[in-house]
Design a binder for this molecule. Structure first.
Ligand code: NI
Length: 228
């Protein structure tokens, strides 16, 4: 039985890799790899139609999320154990991001508001992929603009890379000749993480806050029904 589960998991990882390669090969000029990956992913797993209320469900056997060691915006070292027993909405990005990150963090904050009292059981978390610029102090200032309870996590480059690997997050530094700074190309999913630290759903860019809140509510109800 375990062997079958492992085989299915390996197969799904291979499928994810294939989607990435497909996105890489077929992206149109001007389309970021992150956007291409999101849309191809949606085509493969979501049928290419409108976003489902539940977001993209994880295929059985595919496990995303897991242990991490990072540094919070107060400078404390934290791990997945500090969030155990609570739900998380997790987004990977960087504070200098000109457009996508602010939009998605705004969506996440809006979804939190729509959850009402249920939001008390959910921690919104922003994990930077740009630890060189996103210091704890910089993150404290940044996440506070979106939601009073949002946690900003950074760390050493190795800690950040390890956390990103757990969530299969793609990121890459892009030098920009037009400005003094650099950009980070990165995948852009919002992850719903259960009290056990495993990803329960992922939401693609531009999903509506109403749909995310609805999906979170549904997954919470499911978990309660299933002894979660
Ligand atoms: Ni961004």
């Amino acid at each position: 039985m375990l062997r079958i589960v492992r085989a299915v998991a390996l197969l799904l990882i291979a499928v994810l890799g294939a989607v990435w390669a497909y996105a890489w090969a077929t992206r149109t000029p001007g389309e970021s790899l992150a956007d291409a990956m999101a849309s191809r992913f949606a085509t493969v797993f979501g049928g290419g139609g409108a976003p489902a209320l539940g977001g993209l469900s994880l295929p059985q056997g595919l496990s995303l999320g897991g242990p991490f060691t990072l540094v919070d915006q107060a400078g404390r070292t934290v791990s997945e154990k500090d969030f155990a027993g609570r739900w998380m909405l997790v987004y990977f990005g960087y504070a200098y991001c000109p457009d996508v990150c602010p939009t998605e963090l705004g969506v996440m904050a809006h979804a939190m508001d729509l959850l009402g009292a249920r939001a008390d059981r959910v921690v919104p978390v922003f994990i930077t992929v740009d630890p060189a610029r996103d210091t704890p102090a910089a993150l404290a200032d940044y996440v506070g603009r979106f939601h009073p309870r949002m946690q900003g996590l950074t760390g050493t480059p190795d800690q950040v890379a390890a956390a990103a690997r757990q969530y299969r997050v793609y990121f890459s530094k892009v030098e920009n000749r037009d400005t003094t700074g650099y950009l980070m190309d990165h995948s852009s999913f919002i992850y719903l993480v259960g009290p056990d630290g495993k990803v329960r759903a992922l939401f693609r860019p531009e999903m509506k806050p109403e749909d995310i809140a609805g999906a979170v509510t549904a997954r919470m109800a499911e978990a309660r029904g299933g002894n979660g």
